[in-house]
Design a protein. Structure first.
Length: 362
C-alpha cells in the first residue's frame, strides 16, 4: 500500500564553523487531503466505516485521529425523535459531516446493488463495522482486501447478538470487555483478533458501562488495524460454547417482586438504565425505577418483615427514603420517575407524592 511522506530539514548554524549544516529529521506521513495536520501518524489503510450510535462514533473518531484515510461512512438513515418527530442524524453521521467525510445512508444493504457497487468502487483495504445495526451480506464482506473488522461489546463467544452490554449488567456479571474480530456471514461468529477485559462496578449501569467500553473499543480497533496492516493480526476460533444477547423487549422491564431476588431486581434496574427503565405499578400508577440499592436487613418497630408480601413498602418518608421488601433483601429506591414526570431523587419525589407504608407494588 502506498504511503505519502513529508520530509523536514533542520538548518543549524555551527558555532565552530561559519557554515550551515542540514540534518534530515525523521520522516512521517499525513493523510492526503489533510497535509496541514502534521500531528497525524502514518496512513496505514483506506477504510470504509459502518456504524450508528455514540458507541460507534468513538471508534470512528479513533481511527480518524490515528491517520487512516476514511473513504466513506455508512450509517442508518436519520430517524424522527421527540415530540416534534424531527429527523435526527446519528452520532456517527454528525461526526462524519464535521470532518467532511462522505456519508452513505441506505435503508437496506442486502440486495442493494447500487450501494454495494458504490462501496466496491471505493476499493477499501478494510471495512470497520461498529454497532451498525444491519447484517452484512457476503457481497460486502468480500470487498475489502484485508477483511471486515467488527468491534463487539463483550468477551466473545459470550453474548453474541445485539445487546451484549445490557445483558452483562442484567445477568449480574462481574467482568466483561471488548473483542475485535474478522467478520463472516454468521452473527458475531468470526475469528477473534484482540480482547480487553474490564470489571463491572456493583452499581454500574448499562449507560455507564456503554460509555466506558466505547472508548476501549476505539483504542482496541486502532491497535487491531495496526496489526492487520503489519500482517501480525492473530486469528482465534470462537468454538461452540457461546451465549446469546438478543434485543431487549419491553416485557422484561416490569419488576417481578414475587419471584425475583433483590439482587436480580437491582440488576434489572441497572441493565435498563438509561434504555427504558424498570417499572412497577402502585395503586394503578406506573412508576419507573432508575437507581436502587440493596439493604440486607431492616426492622420496623423491632419486628421482622418476613411476614410481609414481596413488593410491600416497609419505609416511606422524606428523611429515610423508600424501602420495599423483596426476595432475599430489601430494595432502597434512590431515583424514581412518576407518570408524565421527570426522573428525580426519591426525596424530591416523596416531597410531592404520597406513598404509604405497607402499600404493595405490583
Amino acid at each position: 500500500m502506498e504511503k505519502s511522506y513529508i520530509y523536514m530539514i533542520e538548518i543549524k548554524i555551527s558555532s565552530n564553523r561559519n557554515i550551515m549544516e542540514f540534518d534530515e529529521l525523521p520522516k512521517f506521513s499525513v493523510p492526503v487531503g489533510n497535509v496541514g495536520n502534521l500531528a497525524r501518524k502514518e496512513i496505514f489503510m483506506k477504510i470504509v466505516f459502518m456504524g450508528t450510535p455514540d458507541f460507534a462514533k468513538e471508534s470512528l473518531e479513533g481511527i480518524y485521529n490515528a491517520g487512516h484515510e476514511i473513504l466513506g461512512v455508512v450509517t442508518n438513515p436519520d430517524r424522527p425523535q421527540g415530540r416534534g418527530m424531527k429527523l435526527i442524524p446519528s452520532p456517527v453521521k454528525e461526526f462524519a459531516i464535521s470532518k467532511n467525510l462522505k456519508v452513505f445512508q441506505p435503508e437496506k444493504v442486502k440486495k442493494n446493488v447500487e450501494f454495494i457497487d458504490e462501496i466496491r468502487g471505493l476499493n477499501p483495504d478494510c471495512i470497520c463495522v461498529v454497532a451498525y445495526g444491519k447484517i452484512l451480506p457476503n457481497d460486502i464482506l468480500e470487498i475489502p482486501k484485508l477483511g471486515c473488522i467488527n468491534v463487539h461489546g463483550s468477551l466473545l463467544p459470550k453474548y453474541r447478538g445485539a445487546a451484549p452490554i445490557q445483558w452483562a449488567i442484567l445477568n449480574g456479571d462481574k467482568v466483561t470487555g471488548i473483542t475485535t474480530m474478522f467478520m463472516d456471514e454468521g452473527m458475531d461468529t468470526g475469528d477473534m483478533i484482540l480482547k480487553e477485559e474490564v470489571s463491572i462496578g456493583e452499581s454500574e449501569t448499562t449507560g455507564e458501562l456503554w460509555e466506558r467500553l466505547s472508548k476501549i473499543g476505539s483504542k482496541l480497533l486502532v491497535q487491531t488495524l495496526e496489526k492487520l496492516e503489519s500482517g501480525s493480526a492473530p486469528r482465534e476460533k470462537q468454538g461452540e460454547d457461546f451465549s446469546l444477547a438478543p434485543m431487549l423487549s419491553k416485557e422484561i422491564a416490569r419488576i417481578d417482586w414475587e419471584n425475583k431476588t433483590a439482587e436480580q431486581i437491582k440488576n434489572l434496574v441497572r441493565g435498563l438504565n438509561p434504555i427504558m427503565g424498570a417499572y412497577s405499578f402502585l395503586n394503578g400508577k406506573k412508576l419507573k425505577f432508575w437507581k436502587v440499592d440493596i439493604q440486607k436487613a431492616l426492622e420496623i418497630n423491632n419486628k421482622s418483615i418476613e411476614k410481609y408480601k414481596n413488593g410491600t413498602v416497609i419505609v416511606s418518608n422524606q428523611k429515610k427514603g423508600l424501602f420495599i421488601k423483596a426476595k432475599q433483601g430489601i430494595i432502597s429506591i434512590l431515583e424514581i420517575q412518576g407518570e408524565n414526570a421527570k426522573r428525580m431523587s426519591i426525596q424530591d419525589f416523596l416531597r410531592g407524592n404520597n406513598i404509604q407504608e405497607f402499600d404493595i407494588f405490583e
